[in-house]
Design a protein around this ligand. Structure first.
Ligand SMILES: *[C@@H]1O[C@H](CO)[C@@H](O)[C@H](O)[C@H]1NC(C)=O
Ligand SMILES: *[C@@H]1O[C@H](CO)[C@@H](O)[C@H](O)[C@H]1NC(C)=O
Ligand SMILES: *[C@@H]1O[C@H](CO)[C@@H](O)[C@H](O)[C@H]1NC(C)=O
Ligand SMILES: *[C@@H]1O[C@H](CO)[C@@H](O)[C@H](O)[C@H]1NC(C)=O
Ligand SMILES: *[C@@H]1O[C@H](CO)[C@@H](O)[C@H](O)[C@H]1NC(C)=O
Ligand SMILES: *[C@@H]1O[C@H](CO)[C@@H](O)[C@H](O)[C@H]1NC(C)=O
Ligand SMILES: *[C@@H]1O[C@H](CO)[C@@H](O)[C@H](O)[C@H]1NC(C)=O
Ligand SMILES: *[C@@H]1O[C@H](CO)[C@@H](O)[C@H](O)[C@H]1NC(C)=O
Ligand SMILES: *[C@@H]1O[C@H](CO)[C@@H](O)[C@H](O)[C@H]1NC(C)=O
Ligand SMILES: *[C@@H]1O[C@H](CO)[C@@H](O)[C@H](O)[C@H]1NC(C)=O
Ligand SMILES: *[C@@H]1O[C@H](CO)[C@@H](O)[C@H](O)[C@H]1NC(C)=O
Ligand SMILES: *[C@@H]1O[C@H](CO)[C@@H](O)[C@H](O)[C@H]1NC(C)=O
Length: 749
């Protein structure tokens, strides 16, 4: 025991020496880290023990120098909103810096931060709030990977950055606001670059980057910019390329046949450009191709037969081009992996080949707007994953009953669009549909423009997930069934241009998705296998939507509906568009309509409505389009309201209606002794409460229908994301949304 004590001490002594020599971080490094920790407001890092090499996120080399600082997704925030350049910059042996997915807010312009890290190899500051410009040279000549994506950096990306980065393999600046020309020489001879991502920025000009010299390039992304010019010819010399993604630019010219040199290509995304010419004949030689996205260009000519040999194809999207040819020539039987086929809006003709049904992985087929002779065979049931089927606006598809009966077996269908088919048949409603347990996942059903007769079929009442029902432009008779109001998810009802009679059922005023925001919020968004696109304006980029828009609307115009508009209508709190025009509705316009506080478009024209326009319409702040023309309305148009900002045509055809914007003045006989007082006072209070209101009305007078409503614009700022121009006609539902957005934009922008 006597000897044990000293030897124990000895052990501690030695272990301390070993500790000092191999791990203990040097003092300067420790104080730099502590300084860094001090600049952070959150979270509190548990950097307390003596040896900083053991701290969370820290790795040292044998000399006790810090080489790795890795604190991704730690919720890091800076106290002063200043990036701690002096503390980080002192960690001169750092090779790996990963602070991605934090909330670091600061300017990258404090370049000493990066420039003093002369050993840095990996730099990942992605998903932060960094702004400023990129330095003209990399932090170190050893840099291998730069990820600055998803920040707010701007300015140009200088070519010089790449010139000193000998070993750079990956460079990602996507999702910032970089602008200016594309760096002119990215690839130096024997460049080791493999991944380049410039997407989601504001780069302009053409891509003249010497990409051909990047002899190891695998991924090249520069989509969602403002790039123009033709595809860089030398890109086709980079035979190592596996992905080319340049969608949503303004690239023009043809896709060179030389693309078939890129034998390792798996993804080719050139959608939403202005490419023309024919598709490369030998595209199908690229046996590894999985994703071909060439939608929305000006491509012409025929479908390259070679593609039918691309056995690895997962996604083939050629929609919205000028392609043509007989599709019945195509043999899809080798495309066992094909999941998405989109050839909408082309000039394809011929019979849809039955071999398509052998593509067992198909989830989505969109072939609408062609000249195809579509037939639905029972074999379609072998497509077990089919969830998106859009075949409308082709040559006659017949036997609606037979077709629906077959499709009932497609258990996963979410979108079914067969518009402009079956012309003149009867709505399936018989025993065929009686024993019914299909369509349990259906969210959008479009049977519009089919000229179908019969009544609204009761089997629809079983579609518990239906959100959008479009039966417009048919010859449907009978009344609107009460059960329609019980469909738990119905949010868009389009029944215009039919021969419906009877009343507007009170029960329709209980549609859960239009009544309660809570219900609406609970209904999750279903991912759609093929997206829809909207353009914010004619010259803006389309935005992609992979879900069904929440479009609370009831369209019943051009029917034979009559009776009063039910006062219960005010339950439809979330309604944005109500169109009851061209029916036989009579009685007063219910006051209660002014409780529809989100209503944007209200069309009651061409009915037999009488009485006054309710003064409470003042409350309809979001109204952007309004029409009560050709009724029997009378009395003054409520003045001092935004109703004055609409065109006189919105009120015409009502003989007894008077006041602005109609030219006929109201006779002053109604003005009693106290009435004028009341109204002025009323107007005054309103002005004080909401001063903008006066402004908007005044401007409304000056600019008429195109009135400017600044404050409303503010209220609707989030609506900036709303798009007034449909990228290309896809179906009535989306045209409708586009129209409403156009109407809003006209009024608020
Ligand atoms: C960084 O290094 C400089 C010069 O060596 C020194 O003056 C400064 O105090 C150091 N900063 C920190 C936070 O250690
Ligand atoms: C801080 O880290 C030390 C060891 O590094 C550990 O013993 C201690 O429990 C940690 N404290 C907290 C609050 O996590
Ligand atoms: C940074 O850390 C995140 C999260 O662990 C990781 O996904 C990412 O790959 C890292 N970055 C680099 C360049 O290694
Ligand atoms: C580049 O990488 C190679 C191989 O890993 C290495 O030998 C060379 O030193 C590196 N060059 C620089 C400047 O880091
Ligand atoms: C670049 O970063 C973004 C995230 O900001 C990521 O989605 C993308 O895949 C990255 N690009 C490459 C080529 O890795
Ligand atoms: C772009 O960056 C923003 C903000 O950092 C982020 O919310 C968004 O998800 C990023 N988008 C992509 C496509 O990575
Ligand atoms: C980038 O382009 C968008 C769309 O045109 C524009 O709104 C934005 O101001 C531009 N940003 C910069 C930094 O140029
Ligand atoms: C592409 O490679 C060919 C030879 O393979 C060469 O003749 C041509 O100059 C290269 N093109 C460019 C633009 O580098
Ligand atoms: C294509 O990919 C394979 C496997 O990844 C690789 O061995 C081959 O070198 C690549 N070809 C070219 C031209 O890069
Ligand atoms: C590339 O394709 C062109 C034309 O298709 C051909 O003449 C050339 O030999 C090919 N180059 C390589 C390297 O395969
Ligand atoms: C498809 O491949 C087969 C054999 O693999 C070949 O005979 C045929 O010519 C190819 N078809 C096209 C159009 O390239
Ligand atoms: C319609 O289709 C059903 C089922 O496929 C079939 O039984 C019926 O004969 C067809 N009717 C017509 C008129 O072709």
């Amino acid at each position: 025991m006597a000897n044990a004590f000293p030897s124990f001490l000895l052990l501690i002594f030695f272990s301390n020496i070993i500790f000092e020599n191999t791990h203990a971080c040097n003092h300067k490094e420790r104080s730099s880290l502590l300084f860094l920790a001090l600049t952070l407001s959150s979270p509190h890092l548990n950097w307390t023990s003596t040896d900083c090499c053991n701290w969370e996120g820290i790795t040292c080399n044998h000399g006790g120098w810090i080489t790795h600082l890795q604190l991704p997704s730690k919720g890091l925030k800076l106290k002063e909103g200043i990036f701690p350049s002096s503390s980080l910059g002192n960690l001169t042996h750092l090779t790996h810096l990963n602070l991605s997915h934090n909330s670091l807010y600061g300017s990258l312009d404090q370049t000493e931060l990066l420039l003093s890290l002369n050993d840095l190899e990996i730099l990942d500051l992605s998903y932060n709030l960094l702004f400023g410009v990129l330095p003209s040279s990399p932090p170190s000549c050893h840099i291998r990977m730069v990820d600055l994506s998803s920040n707010r950096l701007h300015g140009v990306v200088p070519s010089s950055f790449f010139q000193q980065a000998w070993n750079l393999t990956s460079f990602n600046v996507s999702n910032n606001t970089f602008s200016g020309p594309f760096p002119s020489s990215i690839c130096r001879p024997s460049s080791s670059l493999q991944h380049l991502d410039f997407s989601f920025n504001n780069f302009t000009g053409s891509i003249s980057s010497g990409l051909g010299k990047c002899s190891k390039l695998q991924v090249f992304r520069a989509g969602n910019n403002f790039l123009s010019g033709s595809l860089p010819e030398d890109m086709f010399n980079s035979t190592t390329l596996e992905e080319i993604s340049l969608p949503l630019n303004s690239l023009y010219g043809a896709v060179s046949d030389r693309i078939s040199n890129l034998t390792n290509l798996t993804t080719l995304d050139l959608s939403y450009n202005q490419l023309s010419g024919v598709l490369p004949l030998h595209l199908g030689k690229l046996s590894k191709l999985k994703h071909i996205l060439l939608d929305s260009n000006y491509l012409e000519g025929s479908f390259p037969l070679s593609l039918m040999n691309s056995t690895n194809l997962v996604e083939l999207r050629l929609g919205s081009n000028n392609l043509e040819g007989d599709i019945s020539m195509l043999n899809f039987s080798r495309l066992g992996q094909l999941g998405k086929l989109d050839m909408r809006k082309n000039n394809f003709s011929g019979i849809l080949p039955i071999s398509l049904y052998s593509c067992k992985s198909l989830k989505a087929i969109r072939l609408n707007y062609n000249n195809l002779e579509v037939q639905i065979h029972p074999e379609i049931l072998s497509l077990k994953y089919l969830s998106f089927l859009s075949l409308g606006w082709n040559k006659l598809l017949t036997n609606v009953t037979g077709v629906m009966k077959i499709l009932l077996g497609c258990k996963r269908l979410v979108v079914l669009s067969l518009a402009s088919s079956f012309l003149g048949e009867e709505m399936p409603n018989g025993v065929e549909m009686a024993d019914f347990n299909g369509f349990q996942n259906l969210r959008l059903l479009d049977l519009s423009s089919c000229n179908l007769s019969g009544i609204i079929p009761s089997w629809l009442s079983k579609l518990k997930k239906l959100q959008v029902l479009d039966l417009s432009h048919n010859r449907i008779t009978g009344s609107i069934p009460n059960w329609l109001g019980t469909l738990p998810r119905l949010q868009t009802l389009v029944m215009e241009f039919n021969q419906l009679s009877g009343e507007f059922p009170k029960e329709l005023c209980t549609l859960p998705m239009l009544v309660s925001g809570q219900t609406a919020a609970q209904v999750g968004r279903q991912y759609l296998e093929l997206p829809f696109y909207f353009r914010p304006s004619a010259d803006a980029k389309p935005l992609q939507y992979n879900y069904i828009f929440y479009e609370p609307a009831i369209h019943l115009s051009h029917n034979c509906l009559g009776g009063n508009i039910p006062i219960e209508i005010d339950q439809l709190q979330l309604l944005r568009w109500l169109d009851l025009s061209a029916n036989n509705f009579s009685g007063n316009i219910p006051d209660q309509i002014s409780n529809l506080k989100y209503i944007e478009i209200l069309d009651l024209s061409m009915n037999h409505l009488s009485g006054k326009i309710p003064a409470s319409f003042t409350d309809l702040n979001f109204l952007s389009s309004f029409n009560v023309s050709y009724n029997n309305l009378g009395g003054p148009i409520p003045s001092g309201t935004q109703l004055q900002s609409f065109n006189a045509s919105a009120f015409e055809g009502n003989l007894k209606l008077c006041g602005a914007p109609l030219p006929n003045k109201c006779q002053t006989t109604t003005k009693g002794a106290d009435a004028p007082d009341m109204s002025t006072q009323d107007a005054d209070t309103k002005e004080q409460q909401i001063p903008w209101f006066y402004v908007s009305v005044t401007l409304g007078f000056i600019t008429g229908f195109w009135g400017v409503c600044g404050p409303l614009l503010l209220m609707r700022k989030w609506r900036h994301a709303y798009y007034n121009f449909l990228d290309n006609v896809q179906d009535r539902f989306h045209v409708m949304i586009a129209k409403r957005m156009a109407s809003i934009k006209r009024r608020f922008v």
